[in-house]
Design a protein around this ligand. Structure first.
Ligand code: ZN
Length: 335
């Protein structure tokens, strides 16, 4: 397990937006295993939000939420995609047209790195990305929300309901592309899941990840009020450095890392602003169908490449002798 328990009693009650800044108090520090650094490192408690402590690795900047009682299976239900959770989506299916246009751009981006073959999306929701990707790839998906997975299958997609674990990944052939769009930050064991994905990739295959950038200016300025600081839904807060180290730890190379523009449904923007200001905006169907280009430069798009030769032995990474690559390979291939 990556999340180690530690002896801090008096967890704040689980009110929806409770935030406790630890200003004026000595910062609590502890040693925890960092999945990106591959070893125990010093972690600082930044603040508490929604009853979770937010900690950060001093070495790589990887943030994490301590949410020991979080059950993803109970949380990611149909409700999550239709405004039922303050941290979820307001009207995911109503925004299909906007989302698919955006996903078509993502497919174009992926084709700059891999032109075809088998593609697996982890956390494929209602399959809108897969519908775009199937024009160029043989596609499959894994989705934890059972009704969303069923919806995908009704529309002719090969989608398994459940977690991205060994049992579910083993149901598919090895892949050329594995995609996690705004998903990795939700995974209880993000490092283990990415290591598992690497094993199910063909030599030369890629993992494409989009996630928040905890090291971005906007994230650092907004602190606990950052739009993506939504524990226990988001359990991990990656920085470019932590993603770089994690890719190394699982024997992959970071091929590109950029902060792309994104067309977002107006309803989702209103929903996120409402959440920041402490109210829940009512969904207006029309605003789900209109998208506007947005870039706060606080979200990353990352491509990791598996080598074509023999992989690094991951056990050598646990000995503390691992080396950190220089940054000469970053920001290539950004579109
Ligand atoms: Zn670290």
């Amino acid at each position: 397990m990556y999340i180690l328990s530690f002896g801090r009693g008096g967890r704040s009650p689980n009110s929806a937006t409770a935030t406790t800044l630890r200003e004026g108090r000595p910062a609590a520090q502890m040693q925890l295993f960092c999945p990106a650094c591959g070893q125990a490192t010093a972690h600082r408690v930044l603040y508490s939000k929604n009853g979770c402590d937010i900690l950060q690795c001093a070495a790589c900047g990887l943030g994490r939420a301590q949410a020991n009682e979080f059950d993803p299976g109970a949380y990611y239900t149909g409700d999550y995609f239709s405004g039922g959770h303050a941290d979820g989506y307001v009207d995911y299916r109503g925004a299909e047209a906007v989302l698919r246009r955006e996903f078509a751009h993502t497919v174009d981006f992926i084709r700059n790195h891999c032109t075809g073959g088998r593609l697996l999306e982890i956390g494929c929701a209602y399959g809108f990305f897969l519908q775009e990707a199937r024009r160029f790839f043989e596609v499959a998906g894994i989705e934890i929300a059972g009704d969303a997975a069923a919806y995908c299958r009704q529309r002719g997609l090969r989608v398994v309901a459940g977690a991205a674990d060994e049992r579910n990944l083993a149901q598919f052939e090895t892949m050329d592309v594995i995609v996690l769009l705004d998903v990795v930050e939700h995974l209880p064991n993000a490092g283990e899941t990415l290591a598992l994905c690497e094993r199910y990739l063909n030599p030369g295959g890629i993992i494409v990840i989009t996630t928040g950038d905890f090291g971005s200016l906007y994230a650092r300025i907004s602190g606990a009020r950052w739009r993506l600081m939504t524990p226990p839904q988001h359990l991990w807060y990656f920085t470019r450095e932590s993603m770089q180290r994690l890719s190394q730890a699982i024997g992959m190379q970071m091929e590109s890392c950029d902060h792309p523009w994104k067309v977002v449904p107006i309803s989702l923007i209103m929903f996120q602003i409402g959440r920041m200001l402490g109210f829940r905006s009512a969904g207006v169907a029309a605003t789900s169908r209109i998208g506007v280009p947005v870039n706060l430069f606080d979200a990353m798009r990352i491509v990791l490449r598996k080598g074509r030769g023999r992989r690094v032995n991951p056990s050598s990474l646990d000995s503390g002798k691992r080396w950190i690559r220089s940054h000469d390979n970053e920001d290539k291939g950004s579109s």
